[in-house]
Design a protein around this ligand. Structure first.
Ligand SMILES: Cc1ncc(COP(=O)(O)O)c(C=O)c1O
Length: 453
């Protein structure tokens, strides 16, 4: 039995009516990947207000690795609902917060003593990681990467790379942020090839310390182990080891932003594990809360204790419902084979996508780590000019035919897969069939798609 069920033209009449209301009531700055208004969701599918059913390859942008409305997550939330909703942890603390901190300290990479702080969103967590790193090192500067995405608040926008639509028009941003090229091998900023490059991009940090910012001024280097919004770029396996050794040589902290790459997505609980590295501070969010807003900053105990009492916190930070949901998420990862599943999904995607790459020159790169997979679309495999318009057309074809996908990349030409890890093989194949049909429609029948858009 298929999961996808499309009964109306997309968007259907009820979604259209809601879109009209939304245009009047909500600022245009909040954009939507699709014009589909959701009525309910379960596991790896969602249904719209017109009764159409879709396979969800977006997972609320990577927040639903354990699936929509996972039974143990909703049970934990229900249980907490019967006790209390909010007290503010800074006023009357509760066990769920402490227990979750203990669990995070255990499951994050590194056997050293750790402490964890909870906040509400990925951006808020990155902000706090920067505060903590500065308080500990007593240094101001932060080094971030090209194609990085760390959030939409002012400090995280300073760290984020992509100009439109994220940064343009919102300056000035906080200072003391310096940007260097990432290990984006498909588009190497130095025009080199791995492995003969000998990880020049990582080693070049020494040069940055001479020509851009003095190493003794740098509090931390912050990186996503696999770029999320930047296009699912997974650096070579030895990259982070070289980078972190360099940081530590200069007493600079390494902050891993695992907001998108974390919680099982890459086939390990954290992508850092896939690289065999232990960050000084690790930032998590998204799938940590199983669908509720929650983010964590976990780090070496002595680093986390640098800010004075009262220096960290937030009214709703680490609220009881989110902590209960996250404890259930951790239990699920402990008991179920979701990490293996992430790898299986990744392999399934890669097999299909490599075939597409042979068939259609638009598929320039197929890449990812575990279940964090993507294709980068280009005008031609030789020229690598980003095919942003075609990417949009493919996305539109997909949602009109029952597959929710999202794009990524500094050039908006990457289609990424963040399907809940509980998706069945049949659902994955059904979703990939739609994506394949979309590629065929755009590549083989350009006129038909011109009418579509
Ligand atoms: C790597 C990374 N860091 C930070 C953020 C910001 O998280 P939030 O949207 O929860 O503020 C995101 C969001 O996509 C992300 O992918």
């Amino acid at each position: 039995m298929t999961t996808i069920r499309i009964n109306t033209p997309i968007p259907g009449p009820k979604s259209r009516a809601l879109s009209a209301r939304r245009t009047q009531a909500v600022p245009r700055g909040l954009s939507h990947g699709t014009p589909i208004y959701v009525a309910k969701a379960q596991d790896a599918w969602l249904e719209d207000v017109d009764g159409n059913r879709y396979i969800d390859f977006a997972g609320g942008i990577g927040c639903l690795n354990v699936g929509h409305r996972q039974a143990r997550v909703t049970a934990a939330i229900q249980d907490q609902l019967g006790k209390y909703l909010h007290t503010c942890v800074q006023v009357t603390p509760y066990e769920g917060y402490v227990e979750l901190a203990e669990r995070m300290n255990k499951v994050t990479p590194g056997k050293f003593p750790k402490k964890t702080l909870f906040v509400n969103s990925g951006a808020e967590a990155v902000e706090n990681a920067v505060k903590i790193a500065r308080a500990y090192t007593k240094r101001p500067a932060i080094i971030a990467f090209e194609d990085a995405f760390h959030g939409r608040t002012m400090m995280t926008l300073a760290l984020t790379s992509k100009t439109h639509p994220y940064k343009a028009g919102f300056a000035p941003f906080p200072g003391d942020v310096y940007r260097v090229p990432f290990a984006y091998c498909y588009r190497c900023s130095y025009n080199l090839k791995y492995p003969s490059c000998d990880l020049y991009c990582a080693r070049h940090l020494e040069d940055t310390f001479k020509r851009v910012v003095a190493n003794e001024e740098v509090a931390a280097v912050i990186a996503e182990p696999v770029l999320g919004e930047g296009g699912f770029v997974a650096p070579p396996s030895d990259y982070f080891k070289v980078l972190i050794d360099l940081c530590h040589k200069h007493n600079i902290l390494f902050i891993a932003d695992e907001v998108q790459s974390g919680f099982g997505r890459t086939g390990a609980l954290f992508a850092c594990e896939r690289y065999g590295v232990e960050p000084d501070i690790i930032v998590t969010a998204k799938s940590l809360g199983g669908g509720l807003p929650l983010a964590a900053i976990t780090g070496r105990a002595e680093i986390m204790d640098a800010p004075s009492p009262g220096g960290l916190g937030g009214t709703f930070a680490g609220n009881p419902l989110s902590c209960a949901a996250a404890l259930a998420v951790l239990n699920i990862f402990e008991k179920e084979k979701l990490l293996d599943r992430a790898n299986q999904l990744g392999e399934r995607f890669q097999r299909r996508a490599r075939g597409w790459q042979q068939r259609w020159p638009i598929v320039g790169d197929v890449r990812g780590l575990g279940g964090m997979q993507a294709i980068e679309l280009v005008k031609s495999q030789e020229g690598k000019i980003p095919a942003a318009e075609e990417t949009k057309q493919i996305m539109q074809y997909c949602y009109e035919h029952g597959l929710i996908t999202i794009t990524a990349g500094s050039y908006s030409n990457v289609i990424r897969v963040l399907v809940p890890l509980v998706a069945t093989d049949e659902q994955i194949d059904e979703g990939l069939d739609v994506l394949e049909a979309a590629l065929a429609a755009v590549c083989d029948n350009k006129n038909a798609v011109a009418q579509l858009v």
